[in-house]
Design a protein. Structure first.
Lengths: 306, 306
């Protein structure tokens, strides 16, 4: 059974890997090289699917200086269509819906094979910005054109910590058609458990079945990356920040933390009967960090009952 | 080596049990019965020490209605002197210093055997209330009269979550003479780890050796007790609250949570090289909860390297 079918059946324990497409400035040949190397690296993992992020310049949502400059990346749909034809498991293509006109979104959805492509819609986080298509409108387009294609939503444990109602947002998205959720990188396991717990009990109270939540983990090879996580709105608990700052090997320490966090969430979701997946995100272009991400995915894959 | 010597040597892994003295309204005979039953129940645990709380009416610090009425309890120093003469390990006697005149505090300290009695000073939490002796003044009295007697302080992970400077308070108390700390009941392990971590690295930066931190755990047998924990200012993470609310057996679920939290903190402190102790607090007068507390202490005692 493929990823789309498993998600439709409220399956659990799947393994994903997330990539950011190459910068738009690379040549076609270089993009293909990157795609080939990546496929070669990921094939041994036996992934259930690949996630392709759609990076938007989010500097408008955080007035503080971005630790890494924003570099526009290729449209993930284009990167997949042009360079990842050989990839043999389903791809979850992110759509930062505010970037696309309705017609473009609709045309893209219409062209997809629902067994091979899933999508996650991400709304523009700020109201102070012109958005070509809103999240709600994008969901309507999906319902009109491709309700058979699996639609996912973003789950933010950090927002639950601040506002305590992320579980209600998840349920609203579920009612709008989402059949899975993906978190941003999880460092605060407690916040993630709070969200899972509130979501699970709210589903029970409403007679809804919970849909799979995919938890994202990554390694963090430098203090600059740690700073960037903070800029992105990821809560990294003080004790983990301290560990990373004082570690002889930041990459290794972050790997251990990711393993620990994932193990705790896997055990918790199993106990709570909430279906879940694990996603490893490669955040850096440094080879050591890419390799550590692949190792992490392999390690976590062995923990899953697949 | 007794508890006082072990604390002086920055020892670790000790096991304590905390009691609230009987209400002041009980007869002398009844108080003795309570003391006898308690000693019989606790002796098999092989405790390193007993903590006796000094309960103050804290209703001034929280305007919300107290879930349980405030019932004045015996002075722990008097309870020990009159009813616990037969108890053979050291006793840590709490002093809510705001309740006592300087002369009384001084006289009590002068009468103690430093091998048999330790003390923890607790300051009045609010400025809106007449306080006979301030925490700082009590520490001065201690330094003048009984600097050989082990003095402890209170550590509040919750305050660290709010203000981020509890580690600096601990260091200030340490500089004022405290040689150990005791937390209130820990449900938020993440907050406790944050405090331990910040404290440990701040000690390292100042060339100080960390002193033992005693973490307190308890069972919670009812939703009323859960509500009371909230009133007392204990942060219980949402997911744990949900688990307790939906458990078939609240007492059993809270026991499992306490075991998990203690195990995580024990592992963390060992890894960080911060000396620690474990304290089990009996919060209820219901027999099932008292027995579960004793079982918890026994179970945790086996986890410690004693």
């Amino acid at each position: 059974m493929g990823l789309a079918q498993r998600i439709g059946a409220r399956g659990s324990e799947f393994l994903l890997f997330a990539l950011t497409p190459p910068r738009i400035t690379v040549t076609r040949e270089r993009a293909q090289e990157i795609a080939d190397v990546t496929q070669k690296r990921l094939t041994p993992l036996g992934l259930d699917g690949l996630l392709l992020y759609d990076i938007d310049d989010e500097s408008y949502r955080n007035p503080q200086e971005r630790p890494f400059p924003f570099l526009p990346t290729m449209d993930p749909a284009a990167f997949r269509a042009q360079h990842l034809q050989g990839w043999d498991t389903p791809v979850v293509v992110y759509r930062a819906v505010g970037k696309y006109e309705e017609g473009d979104l609709r045309a893209w959805m219409e062209a997809q094979d629902a067994d091979r492509a899933l999508t996650v819609f991400v709304g523009a986080p700020s109201r102070h910005r012109r958005s070509a298509t809103s999240l709600v409108r994008a969901q309507e387009l999906w319902a009109q054109t491709r309700p058979d294609m699996r639609l996912g939503g973003v789950a933010l444990p950090e927002r639950h910590t601040r506002r305590g109602e992320e579980h209600l947002r998840l349920i609203a998205k579920q009612e709008a058609g989402c059949s899975f959720f993906v978190t941003q990188v999880v460092y605060d396991v407690n916040a993630a458990k709070n969200l899972v717990s509130d979501y699970r009990y709210e589903c029970a109270a409403r007679g809804l079945e919970p849909v799979p939540i995919v938890f994202t983990f990554s390694v963090c090879g430098s203090l600059k990356t740690l700073e960037f996580l903070g800029w992105l709105g990821v809560d990294v608990p003080r004790w983990i920040q301290n560990d990373l700052r004082h570690a002889d090997n930041t990459l290794h320490a972050s790997y251990e933390h990711a393993l620990g966090a994932a193990g705790e969430l896997i055990g918790y979701c199993r106990r709570m009967g909430v279906p879940f997946g694990v996603n490893v995100e490669s955040v850096s272009i440094r080879l050591a960090e890419i390799e550590a991400s692949v190792d992490l995915a392999q390690h976590l894959g062995r923990e899953l009952q697949r």
